[in-house]
Design a protein around this ligand. Structure first.
Ligand code: AMP
Ligand code: ZN
Length: 479
């Protein structure tokens, strides 16, 4: 079985060769815990869960180590804490915010059917340690000692000019980056692209004893966190580093610069993998556009498509697009994923799973996680399962391997659907809006409304009125 993965560092698909097949090591950047995780944040969680499962299948369950961090020290967290708990001391308020958000994150992603990672380090546990594991302060002091970082006005900065191939991951030269940079060029910086490893804390802000040479307490910059946690848990050099495409620059470029320069290694990770971005109904997700959706809202409320969605439906819908492509998150996609899982449940709910997932699905995933191809293979297996009990058993094993099915029955995937009563006036008004969109030749909007109605269980029938020639739309509720 040969596994190939697209490597952002080399910009091509490469055969995956682990450093140690008995301990394959993967690090993925996790959430900053100050607010509900949104559906875009769910994408790396889901994508790298499938990779984790595949690696465990190929190399053995106990031979894969997966670390995904929790960032619990960040200016956004401080701001949120001060706003939400103004009467508490800041450190106590921060603890409230991070604990609450982390608990919510775990509840949300557990519903998606993802495996817990092997390690889930919190950044604050790796600022200073009493054991001899790598920590942030030690990394920073090593960088200064090796001439890759300097102290200036109680900050420690990474000296980008000290690393000849800085920019290789992002595929940009230092000159290009400097020209395009909108970073504030603080007077104490030697170079415009130099970035913060450590900064002073204002009174009341979280603070730790600073690296050698700085008397006032401070706190770490963002990038150094992941270098320390990955180094401490996976070693100086490991196999796979993942995250969303937005993290390539500056976060991952800076992480690898820090780790390589502190450890004196040629690489930090051998394979760098990035998922594409998620947008909602054709638009960038943003609070101001009003299309910002959290995982929690999808699971528990009627914010998207007028109803809650089963976590496994969300996961399955996400896997319908290859992880490197952008994904458009639509109600129609969820409706389709749900219909498929319902049909699969009919086929597999009463059978015992086979011992192993289907080889063709493993082969599709082994080609740079080709989940759309894996799903079309699943449809084929489901078809033959109608006549063949062995196929049904294989389908079940494969769905369970992917974590898109447990022991659900068809109806279990229809969360909130049975309890729904359709508001006829609302349906008529949506049909009116759809017809108006069609007249205006806005077929995308018309389809979106049709999907929204389908999600409510409303099926439309278009027919031409014989006398007027107009399209007349009738509707019915499908169970
Ligand atoms: P953050 O908490 O913003 O650092 O994001 C946590 C993870 O979610 C990172 O791996 C990001 O790259 C990823 N991410 C954030 N927004 C999106 C999005 N809209 N689509 C896909 N991935 C995203
Ligand atoms: Zn990171």
């Amino acid at each position: 079985m040969s596994l190939t993965l697209y490597n952002t560092l080399t910009r091509r698909k490469e055969p995956f060769r682990p450093i140690d097949p008995a301990n394959v090591r993967m690090y993925v950047c996790g959430p900053t815990v100050y607010d509900y995780a949104h559906i875009g944040n769910a994408r790396p969680v889901i994508v790298f869960d499938v990779l984790f499962r595949l690696l465990r299948h190929v190399f053995g369950e106990t031979h894969v180590t997966y670390a995904r961090n929790i960032t619990d020290v960040d200016d956004k967290i401080n701001a949120r804490a001060a706003q939400e708990f103004p009467s508490l001391p800041l450190n106590e308020a921060i603890r409230q915010v991070t604990t609450k958000t982390e608990t919510q994150f775990h509840a949300d992603i557990a519903a998606l059917g993802v495996l817990p990672p092997t390690h889930e380090p919190r950044a604050t546990e790796f600022i200073r340690r009493d054991d001899n594991k790598v920590d942030m302060v030690r990394l920073i002091e090593d960088l200064v000692a090796r001439g890759h970082a300097y102290v200036a006005q109680d900050h420690v900065l990474f000296d980008v000019a000290s690393m000849p191939d800085y920019g290789r991951l992002a595929n940009r030269s230092l000159e290009e980056m400097e020209a395009g940079a909108r970073v504030d060029v603080a007077p104490y910086k030697r170079g415009a692209m130099d970035f913060v490893l450590w900064k002073p804390s204002k009174p009341g802000e979280p603070a730790w004893p600073s690296p050698a040479g700085i008397a006032t307490p401070g706190r770490p910059g963002w990038h150094i966190e992941c270098s320390a946690m990955a180094g401490a848990l996976l070693g100086d050099v490991f196999d796979i580093h993942g995250g969303g495409i937005d993290l390539v620059f500056p976060h991952h470029e800076n992480e690898l610069a820090q780790s390589r320069c502190a450890h004196g290694t040629a690489v930090m990770a051998n394979y760098w993998m990035h998922n594409g971005f998620l947008q909602v109904e054709g638009e960038k997700m943003s609070k101001s556009l009003g299309n910002f959706i959290t995982i929690h809202e999808l699971l528990e409320t009627k914010t998207f498509g007028q109803q809650p969605w089963h976590g496994r439906v969300i996961k399955f819908a996400m896997l319908g697009t290859h992880y490197r492509q952008p994904i458009d998150w639509t109600v129609g996609r969820l409706v389709q994923a749900r219909a498929t899982l319902m049909d699969f449940a009919d086929v597999v709910s009463a059978v015992s799973p086979a011992d192993a997932p289907h080889a063709d699905v493993i082969a599709a995933l082994s080609d740079d996680l080709n989940t759309p191809s894996a799903i079309s293979i699943l449809h084929g297996i489901a078809k033959s399962a109608q006549r063949n009990a062995e196929s049904a058993a294989q389908l079940k094993a494969t769905l369970q391997f992917l974590g898109v099915y447990g022991e659900e029955k068809r109806g279990d995937f229809a969360v909130g659907v049975e309890a729904r009563s359709v508001d006829a006036a609302q349906v008529e008004s949506l049909i009116g809006a759809r017809n108006a969109a069609r007249k205006a030749k806005d077929f995308k909007e018309a389809d979106r409304i049709r999907d929204e109605l389908a999600a409510m269980g409303v099926q439309l029938k278009d027919a031409k009125d014989k006398t007027t020639g107009e399209i007349v739309t009738t509707w019915e509720v499908k169970g």
